[in-house]
Ligand binder design. Structure first.
Ligand code: SF4
Length: 380
């Protein structure tokens, strides 16, 4: 069975090396502390307890059987965005960051209602997603959304919004009151066209860069940024984050950058990090890894363990992606250095994506360290 192009959901789990995998798309990419504990309970009680924060701010739970996946879906289904309809990803600090557009929350709610009213389109809507970026300190950057909405200017001036369709060379500028109507019209055009992604409506359009952009999120006073190394955590960790959220406003804001933001929560130097950072890596370095052979039958290497070994040996601003195969799930965009697992070793792509042509074939980790200028005297 080919799994290419298929996105798992609560209703349609995906087979993986450690059992079935389900994906929860929390509404507005937020969970209350109580909801986060419910997710943790579903993962621990019915799955193997592994939880992943994806590069679209979703949560994947692993290690289910068909029956236990159904039981988990019954527990956490009410937290999910409407199935078989486009996903809506909002910038995490809408409503919290005074520099973000004040209408962002209202637009998100109105768009959510529009999406929920659309007919289901199984097989077409699973990858289609919309971003709502109100600006401020934690914007969404270039994520390759099918529809992207970006505040046009400084928040308090209400300078309107810039709307873009992936593949359309022309952006639309419109006033706040007109945004939902324009986007709803575009969604209905897409439904009538019968295509899966927006860029298919613009023949000849170049594919946009996809995935979570490398972003710089400034530290924001009063907002704790909880690091989730490689996007991986377990149920106990999610419960601990939920507990900590309750020292602030009680909301977990999920981001595409392997960070969960907690507004008003107490500081914790051991758990907090800059966005897009991973434990063990120097400040400013970015290291990404998919689940690897522990959870994916397509992998032959232990990507996260290898990435953790590399992380301590990186220079300050490097950008490394360790991928179990050429699909590049953890980071569909280009990285300075991408290691692509094959037969227990790595092919190496420079300044490209996991599927691009490698410049070296079949290297072990020590070879990678030695040949690409990492600290060669550190034993790997
Ligand atoms: S990139 Fe990683 S998680 Fe994705 S299919 Fe390949 S091995 Fe599996």
């Amino acid at each position: 069975m080919s799994l290419r192009g298929w996105c798992p959901s609560l209703a349609e789990p995906m087979p993986a090396a450690d059992g079935l995998l389900v994906r929860l798309r929390p509404r507005l990419a937020r969970l209350s502390a109580a909801e986060a504990r419910l997710v943790a309970d579903a993962a621990a009680r019915h799955g193997n307890g592994a939880i992943e924060l994806t590069n679209r701010g979703n949560l994947q739970l692993r290690g289910f059987s068909a029956a236990s996946a159904a039981a988990a879906a019954a527990m956490i289904g009410p937290l999910d965005q409407p199935v078989r309809r486009p996903g809506l990803l909002t910038a995490p600090l809408l409503g919290v960051d005074p520099a973000a557009h004040p209408a962002g929350e209202v637009l998100a709610a109105r768009l959510g209602a529009v999406i929920a009213a659309l007919p289901e389109v199984s097989g077409r809507a699973e990858k289609f997603f919309i971003t709502l970026d109100g600006g401020g300190a934690a914007g969404l950057g270039a994520m390759g959304a099918d529809i992207a909405m970006t505040a046009a200017g400084p928040a308090m001036q209400d300078a309107g919004w810039v709307l873009r369709r992936d593949g359309d060379p022309h952006a639309v500028f419109c006033a706040t009151d007109a945004v939902v109507g324009v986007v709803e019209g575009w969604l209905r055009d897409w439904l009538r066209a019968g295509v899966a992604r927006m860029r298919e409506m613009f023949p000849g359009a170049e594919a946009a860069a996809r995935g979570s952009a490398a972003v710089t999120v400034d530290r924001i006073p009063g907002v704790a940024m909880v690091s989730v190394p490689f996007g991986a955590m377990d149920a106990a960790r999610l419960r601990a984050i939920a507990d900590r959220a309750e020292s602030g406003d009680g909301v977990l804001r999920l981001t595409p950058w392997r960070v969960i933001m907690l507004a008003g929560a107490r500081a914790d130097a051991d758990a907090d990090a800059d966005a897009d950072a991973d434990a063990g890596a120097p400040a400013g370095a970015r290291v990404r890894a998919c689940v690897g052979r522990l959870g994916c039958a397509a992998a032959s290497t232990d990507t996260r363990a290898d990435a953790a070994l590399l992380a301590a040996r990186l220079w300050a601003d490097c950008d490394v992606h360790v991928s179990g195969c050429a699909k590049g799930c953890a980071h569909p965009m280009a990285a300075a250095l991408t290691l692509v697992g094959r037969d227990g070793r790595y092919d190496v792509v420079v300044d490209g994506r996991a599927g691009d042509a490698p410049v070296r074939l079949g290297l072990g980790l020590a070879d990678v360290v030695a040949q690409f200028g990492m600290l060669a005297d550190a034993a790997v």
